[in-house]
Design a protein around this ligand. Structure first.
Ligand code: TNX
Length: 775
């Protein structure tokens, strides 16, 4: 697959490399490595690969041979040489014109290495072959970007700058996930995905193999999983919340045979990647119960889901046949995957069908369980025993904490970090995958200019800013945080190309979060190094997102600030809605707006636009850009900036990123207008989308004050939240003729808990506001 993709390398790349820097330069550029190594010392001169450069590795050490050959493979492909390889028995003294892979028992961390690039040789030392493999991943970044590709280039000097790099990972668990149920991706692509993650020094591939929309792993004992559960009748077109929903009418099937799984496992092993397979239970099981309706509470019939969400057709926990089935499945899964962890899901399991099911109720009674949550724990507990008897350990999503955590379970914290904190505090291991920072199915740039995504707004910078160790933990508790992982759910990702688009370059930021030492993490150095790294990804034909070159806007203190990550490009902008060109105003400092305006901007280098064009409609009013306090700061839905309720940007129903959202809490800004101000109206909007658990407030009230202490009410409106249906944006307007004061307070009261019969019942409702417009 890789070579065919690479045939599409655009001609300009080839031309550039022919005349590229290395022809005229007298030395290679200094190291630009992602993820940033622990210590980089630069030296004098460089090492250059020649046709007769030898590669030495220890004899009778198959894993070392694997690491060394990964290097030789890259080198031979890029240079077209056939580098001679030799083994040595115990140890060897470096001579000239060679690359040495040398075990070094003094290096204790099995993934650590020391890499010395001298003028006459390269020496890789590590405590184990994994470390040697990571040295190779660093080494490939010391050579020119073309070192990462196939031989389409001429006149390149295959040199690497002299340096000594001492490196080791910060975390042992460095993961990337892929959902192959919502959409299925071919084996060749899975291998490429693993190749790329290993290149970024990640070492776990979480393979999400089963879900409501399709079961994607062959289980020989249960052929209906292949015949029935691997298929759905059709697939939702567009976003779930677009009404009316439409479907493509095409049957969608796919699964990996056990032979294919074995090939992927072996491929991963050669890249020092352990696969963590996930078999979802007891929820997200609709495809499975479609194949075997006796495993559901009602006996069916069921249909593999054709759209996205959380479904009530879960495995029946009262039926003993369910556990026989799960045991059969886990038996085959444990045999296929050599890693110690098996993920059993455990997330988003609605309890409705268990409540109505006599067998489940009997199970609760017989086992003296308190409720359905404890029944879920019982379920996971049985799965844990099935794994333990096969020498495996259980991982589950953080819902497995509800109803009591199974001993020996490791928690994957996805609904924020609380699950990971609770697990670590109770002595359980945890892996951090919070939706706020590490969900790569979210938008990575302005949704208005991006291909369809589920929602959210997780920029490269936000990923980079993630710190896996929560401040709530003591040093001893923090040891339970094994590492972090990014998740790529594929509801809105039907093609392999789009998988790469969503994953890259965010994976590069993730790699520094999990590999680089905390003091070594530096955003501006990263964005600098990333420009070189993009050239490597270009050579590899990776379809990464170019949002690095996009312009983003912030509105504070009454001024618009424009930024792009690329320090080498300039920003040009307009405020009258016209398209920015090379002759438009050049941005140099934050600017104010005279009135409501449409600001458009783009980045330029050498006269060419780099990224996409930004367009933001600003509503300028008396509270624009003014600071405010809130009873609770939003975490996930923060509207994109600190004062999102006064930034002049209104929300829309396509994306959530202009909304300020809190769950089960009032939104209660007290805005400081800076001086006594007269105003005749206060307006806000809320988002109503009960499908997505976003509910109207019960009421909205507005106050004014001169000193920020004594407030006079200017009016209160009660909202008929129960009567409100659909997916709408609602306006709440207060006419306040003659009102005057320095402080304006608005309180939108939360609806509270989602009532029975509505989606997400008994969870907290979300309340979403966009702007408080004071006019
Ligand atoms: C929640 S994360 C899910 C998935 C969805 C994802 C979409 C988790 C454990 N469950 O089933 O695909 O949100 O972002």
């Amino acid at each position: 697959m890789m070579p065919t993709r690479l045939f599409f390398i655009p001609l300009f790349l080839l031309l550039f490399s022919c005349n590229g820097d290395s022809q005229t330069a007298t030395a290679p550029p200094p190291p630009q490595i992602i993820p940033q190594p622990l210590k980089v010392e630069t030296g004098e001169g460089f090492f250059e690969i020649k046709a007769d450069t030898k590669v030495f590795y220890p004899a009778a050490a198959p894993e070392w041979e694997m690491a060394a050959q990964y290097f030789t493979g890259l080198a031979n492909t890029a240079t077209r040489y056939k580098l001679p390889q030799e083994t040595f028995a115990k140890t060897i003294k470096p001579g000239a014109n060679a690359v040495y892979f040398l075990p070094d028992a003094t290096i204790k961390n099995p993934e650590a290495y020391v890499l010395e690039v001298k003028n006459s040789y390269i020496l890789v030392r590590a405590g184990s072959a994994a470390g040697a493999f990571y040295a190779v991943q660093t080494l490939r970044q010391l050579f020119p970007p073309e070192f990462n590709g196939i031989p389409r280039y001429r006149g390149i000097r295959w040199w690497a700058p002299a340096c000594t790099i001492t490196d080791e990972p910060r975390f042992g668990y460095r993961g990337l996930h892929l959902d192959v149920s919502r959409h299925f991706f071919p084996v060749e692509f899975i291998k490429r995905y693993i190749d790329l993650l290993a290149m970024h020094k990640l070492n776990r591939f979480h393979w999400h193999l089963t879900d409501d929309q399709g079961w994607r792993i062959e289980i020989k004992k249960h052929p209906q999983l292949q015949q029935v559960a691997a298929c759905r009748d059709e697939t939702l077109v567009g976003h779930y919340s677009t009404q009316p929903q439409t479907f493509d009418g095409k049957k969608y099937c796919g699964y990996y045979t056990q032979e294919e799984v074995k090939a992927v496992v072996e491929y991963a092993r050669q890249r020092f990647v352990t696969i963590v397979p996930e078999i979802e239970m007891p929820g997200h099981a609709r495809a499975a119960v479609t194949a075997y309706p006796n495993l559901g509470c009602t006996g069916g019939p069921y249909k593999s889901a054709t759209y996205w969400g959380v479904f009530e057709d879960v495995f029946c926990a009262g039926n003993e046949e369910t556990f026989v089935f799960i045991d059969d499945v886990l038996e085959e899964v444990c045999a296929l995957f050599p890693g110690k962890y098996i993920h059993v899901g455990g997330d988003e399991c609605p309890k409705e069908s268990w409540k109505k099911c006599p067998k489940c109720q009997k199970r609760i009674k017989d086992n003296k369980l308190k409720d359905e949550h404890e029944l879920q724990s019982y379920f996971i507990g049985r799965a844990e025993k099935m794994l333990a008897k096969r020498g495996k350990k259980l991982i589950g999503w953080d819902e497995i904490l509800e109803g009591g955590l199974t001993p020996g379970a490791t928690v994957m914290s996805w609904r924020g970090t609380e699950g990971g904190i609770a697990a670590a505090k109770s002595g359980h291991d945890a892996i951090m995958t919070p939706g706020s920072h590490l969900y790569f199915d979210h938008y990575q740039a302005d949704p208005a200019t991006e291909p369809l995504a589920i929602s959210g707004y997780t920029t490269l910078e936000k990923v980079y800013s993630y710190e896996p160790i929560p401040t709530e933990l003591t040093a001893a508790e923090a040891k339970h945080i094994l590492g972090a992982q990014a998740n790529l759910w594929t509801e809105y990702i039907p093609t392999s190309d789009k998988v790469e688009y969503m994953a890259y370059p965010r994976v590069t930021a993730l790699s520094e979060v999990v590999w680089s030492s905390k003091p070594n993490r530096n955003w501006s150095s990263f964005t600098e190094r990333l420009r070189t790294h993009f050239r490597r990804l270009d050579i590899l034909g990776v379809n990464y997102a170019r949002s690095y070159y996009d312009v983003t806007a912030q509105y504070t203190g009454g001024k618009v600030t424009l930024t792009t990550l690329d320090p080498t490009s300039e920003i040009r902008y307009t405020t009258d809605g016209s398209k920015p060109g090379i002759t438009s105003l050049k941005y140099s400092a934050p600017f104010s707006l005279d009135g409501s305006s449409n600001v458009k901007a783009a980045s330029f280098r050498n006269g060419d636009t780099q990224g996409k064009m930004m367009s933001v409609q600003y509503l300028v009013h008396k509270a624009s850009g003014k600071p405010y306090t809130l009873g609770k700061q939003p975490a996930q839905y923060d509207g994109g900036e600190t004062y999102a309720l006064t930034n002049g940007v209104l929300g829309n129903s396509k994306t959530y990123n202009a909304w300020v959202g809190l769950v089960n809490r009032n939104i209660d800004p007290v805005i400081d207008l800076g001086a006594g101000t007269t105003f005749s109206s206060v307006t806000t909007h809320f988002y109503n989308n009960k499908q997505a658990w976003i509910w109207p407030p019960r009421s909205v009230e507005v106050w004014v004050s001169d000193d920020g202490k004594e407030f006079r009410s200017l009016g209160k409106k009660t909202i008929d939240a129960d009567g409100m249906a659909g997916n709408t944006i609602e306006t709440v307007r207060f006419d306040t003729p003659g009102a005057k004061g320095r402080y304006v307070k608005l309180v939108a009261t939360t609806y509270g808990v989602i009532p029975a019969g509505s989606p997400g019942e008994s969870n907290g409702t979300w309340l979403f506001l966009d702007e408080v417009v004071v006019d």
